[in-house]
Design a protein around this ligand. Structure first.
Ligand code: ZN
Length: 177
């Protein structure tokens, strides 16, 4: 049975290290970790989670976009484990978007990200995949990719004036609806 893992909060050194490559995606410990990350992410209502966020400094994250309370506009996508991810290219065209993070609860920040990216990763069965993502999925991938490099979204906010509390963020969405 998968178990809920504790989510590392900003200040934990594990969030600031560069994650290690996974030699064998099919190793039982990796499979267990993926299953635990899936339930931990779902329980926290996240659209992505990276292994360092559950205290495992490994190059692995899950992207699981779906509309939810924290991101009402998110597209639907089957939760996908991405192992040893790489960004092959990123569009010069960038777009600002409000991001949050399970490791930095209650805060949103405006982050500029490439609108389109080409990526490579291994699946949980070890298969190599090359995929292109745009818009929200490109944003989630870049956010999670940052985690395996020891970077968090507030590092990319241009000014502290581009931060807001999650409560105010949700309020602003409702007032524009
Ligand atoms: Zn995050």
């Amino acid at each position: 049975m998968p178990i809920l893992r504790q989510i590392a909060q900003l200040g934990q050194p594990v969030l600031r290290g560069v994650a290690e490559k996974i030699a064998d995606p099919e190793a039982p410990a990796v499979q267990t970790l993926i299953d635990d990350m899936l339930v931990t992410m779902a329980d926290a209502d996240g659209v992505g989670i990276a292994a360092p966020q559950v205290f495992e400094p490994l190059s692995l994250f899950i992207v699981a976009s779906r509309p939810n309370q924290r991101y009402p506009g998110a597209p639907e996508m089957v939760p996908t484990a991405m192992i040893n991810p790489e960004i092959l290219w990123a569009s010069d065209e960038k777009e600002p978007g409000w991001e949050g993070c399970l490791s930095i609860p209650g805060l949103r920040g405006l982050v500029l990200r490439s609108r389109k990216i080409g990526v490579r990763y291994q699946t949980r069965t070890g298969a190599a995949r090359e995929v292109e993502y745009a818009d929200f999925l490109a944003r989630v991938f870049q956010h999670e990719f940052d985690h395996v490099q020891g970077v968090v979204f507030i590092d990319r906010v241009e000014s502290t004036r581009e931060l807001m509390t999650e409560k105010e963020y949700i309020r602003s969405l409702q007032s524009h609806a």
